[in-house]
Design a protein around this ligand. Structure first.
Ligand code: PLP
Length: 405
């Protein structure tokens, strides 16, 4: 076992930035009052919540009052979807989403399908992109809500959000964007955007787990998802997680100051790793659009081997990455994202995601490049499949796979 850790799994979660930890500590150790208290020991803490909201509003170019703090991206997505539909006066019963959303959008929408909503799930092409003609066809005057992710967590593919938003607006539908993977990695400006609701999560941008936020455009009607006290101007009950909120504010400020680095140095590291693998390791395929992608994400299929085996071997070397086939439930079902993209049967199981952050260095990439080829070679020698012919022979299995069994 090695003690060195090369962390290339930043789309799963990120290291809490040291500046963020330092900013949180006083609110754990000294200023622990309840911001709703009448006494100033508690009441003064509320000013720090206001400050964090302002910091976050600068990152997103929106006004602070349009932001509420939540516990995570999942809560923000649930709030946006259920909260707005419940408050909608006009009873539209159609929802539009994509086939590649995170379960934090897919599952609420699947639930609503059982409650009688009609759902359109937009397909993606081989590069993970949407067909805009299909988007135009799907959104109608019946559509209550369009929920589309900004950037995909598995491939990093970025959708044409403003174009989709304009179509939604023209039909009078609300537009929700799950921007959990995009916020902090690429600039997002909400002031003149078509987005009505935008979800983000702290732990993807070097704040701790347990904090998220939701942008709610002025005028959008919403029933609170968590009903309770008057916190967040009655839009989200529950005593504020002050240390986490302060942390998100600082993380937002740091993210803003690192955008240039993200699109240059981090992207260059990602590109070096990706190009090297595609050029030097045979039977590798890039999953996702080559350009329209987050600067930190690379999803590569290593044909004829299992992603889990790659991950375990990399983990023994201290390299943390993620598999396209291991889903959150821990099953070995291939990822719904890669399946929607029609990634070939020979490649889907061996798809591996590398996701970088500003804490990665050239030497991290050198280390991966030095060790990865031997891992792949060893696993390929052990694999019963060594060519496409081997895989395509068992038609029965392939039919089962195509039928999603
Ligand atoms: N949406 C996307 C695109 C994500 O990648 C994730 C987490 O991976 C979530 C939502 C859920 O966020 P959280 O873990 O903060 O609930």
């Amino acid at each position: 076992m090695t003690t060195r850790v090369i962390y290339l799994d930043n789309n799963a979660t990120t290291m809490v930035a040291p500046e963020v930890v330092a900013a949180m500590l006083p609110f754990l150790q000294k200023f622990y009052g309840n911001p709703s208290s009448m006494h100033s020991f508690g009441g003064d803490v509320a000013k720090h919540i206001d400050h964090a909201r302002e910091q976050l509003s600068h990152l997103l170019d929106c006004s602070p009052e349009t932001l509420i703090f939540t516990s995570c991206g999942t809560e923000s997505n649930n709030t946006a979807i259920f909260g707005t539909l419940e408050a909608m006066q006009e009873k539209r019963r159609h929802l539009v989403t994509t086939m590649v959303e995170h379960p934090a959008v897919r599952n609420p929408i699947n639930f609503l399908a059982k409650k009688g909503y009609r759902i359109t799930e937009l397909p993606v092409d081989r590069q993970g992109m949407l067909d805009m003609d299909k988007v135009r066809e799907a959104i109608t005057e019946e559509t209550a809500l369009v929920s589309v992710m900004y950037a995909n967590n598995e491939t990093g593919v970025i959708f044409p959000i403003e174009e989709i938003g304009q179509i939604a607006k023209a039909k009078g539908a609300l537009f929700h964007v799950d921007a959990v993977q995009a916020v902090g990695k690429i600039p997002i400006a909400l002031a003149n955007s078509t987005i009505d609701l935008l979800t983000l999560s702290g732990h993807k941008l070097h704040a701790p787990k347990g904090i998220g936020a939701l942008f709610i455009r002025r005028g959008v009607r919403m029933r609170p998802f968590l009903m309770g006290g008057h916190q967040e101007r009655g839009r989200r009950g529950g005593t504020e997680a002050v240390p986490n909120i302060v942390a998100l504010g600082v993380a937002a400020e740091l993210a803003q100051s690192h955008f240039a680095e993200e699109s240059t140095r981090v992207k260059a590291l990602r590109d070096r790793l990706e190009t090297w693998i595609l050029e030097h390791i045979p039977n590798t395929i890039l999953n996702g659009h080559p350009e329209k992608r987050l600067p930190n994400t690379s999803n590569i299929a290593f044909e004829y081997i299992e992603g889990e085996a790659i991950l375990l071997s990399l983990a023994q070397l201290g390299i943390c990455a993620s598999s396209g086939s291991a889903c959150t439930s821990g099953s070995l079902e291939p990822s719904h994202v890669l399946r929607a993209m029609n990634v070939p049967f020979t490649a889907i199981h061996g798809s591996t995601r590398f996701s970088l952050s500003r804490y990665n260095t050239d030497s991290d990439i050198d280390y991966v490049i030095a060790h990865l080829p031997a891992v792949i070679e060893r696993l390929r020698k052990m694999s019963p499949f060594t060519s496409k012919a081997d895989i395509e022979l068992p038609d029965v299995l392939k039919e089962k796979y195509d039928a999603g069994q």
